[in-house]
Design a protein around this ligand. Sequence first.
Ligand code: SAM
Length: 293
Amino acid sequence: MEISVLVSDWQGHRLLDSGDGAKLEEVGGVRLIRSEPKAWWSRSLPAAEWQRAAAEHEEGGREGRWRLKGACPKEWETRYGDLRLTLRFMDNSKQFGVFAEQSPHWEWLARQRPAPGQRPRLLNLFGYTGAASLVAAKAGWSVTHVDASKPAVAWGRRNQELSGMAEAPIRWIIEDAPTFVRREVKRGNKYEAVLLDPPAFGRGPGGEFWKVERDLAPLLRACRELLSPEARFVILTVYTIDASSILCRNLLEDMTRGLRGRVDIGELALKQESGGRLLPLSLWGRWQSGGAA
Ligand SMILES: C[S@@+](CC[C@H](N)C(=O)[O-])C[C@H]1O[C@@H](n2cnc3c(N)ncnc32)[C@H](O)[C@@H]1O
């Protein structure tokens, strides 16, 4: 069984170093430090390189806070092809608006162009600030983007406008993902593709508690009912440290039983510039109809 490691080659984000539970990154020209529970090894770059960071996230409180040096902007931008993505430091999150390790999925998505004259439907659950939604809309899909966070969805809309895609068919929805999927099943709506990027823990806008090991399998079963007879793919990513990509295969095989297709699995990683080591960040599984790569 093959487990493929997909490594981001997106120029908009650089991983400069990692180790001792932290990572040193540069995104849109801003150098920053965040904790990284998966970086168990020692750092490659000298301390002076780390000290040049313009921003550092400090753990503590509810979700910690960012400490910015000198003229470090609170809000700035990076690009992914034609897309313009806003980045922002917020006190209650160590995320700043983009998950660079996802870029191999964006590249793959950009190649899934619909046949001329067709606009198939793609559901993006836990879609955050919308990078994948924008890539899919640009490729010709009609996108439904669901996230529990009002600021994340507003941020996604802003990225859409900044990217000159105001007219692109993206439906932005602030809702608990399982609740939305149950509603769609009742309404009889169908999709040709589903993306899921669930966190380990989360909350819906009404306080609904999300716990990946308890809630993912039932959510995938419900999503199965949303797949149209022309369904083309399902992409799942899982960040939980004690999971395995084999688990993604088993879940996707359960979900797509009876449909013709294949499941591929692997990990998503960032390549560190110093020393060239890989920082593993996420597991993924992808079901594709028909068996063609
Ligand atoms: C791992 S991030 C997604 C990253 C994003 N797909 C990307 O690649 O940029 C998880 C997202 O899930 C959302 N979330 C957490 N619990 C949720 C729930 N119950 N329903 C919907 N979204 C939820 C969070 O607001 C967050 O935006």
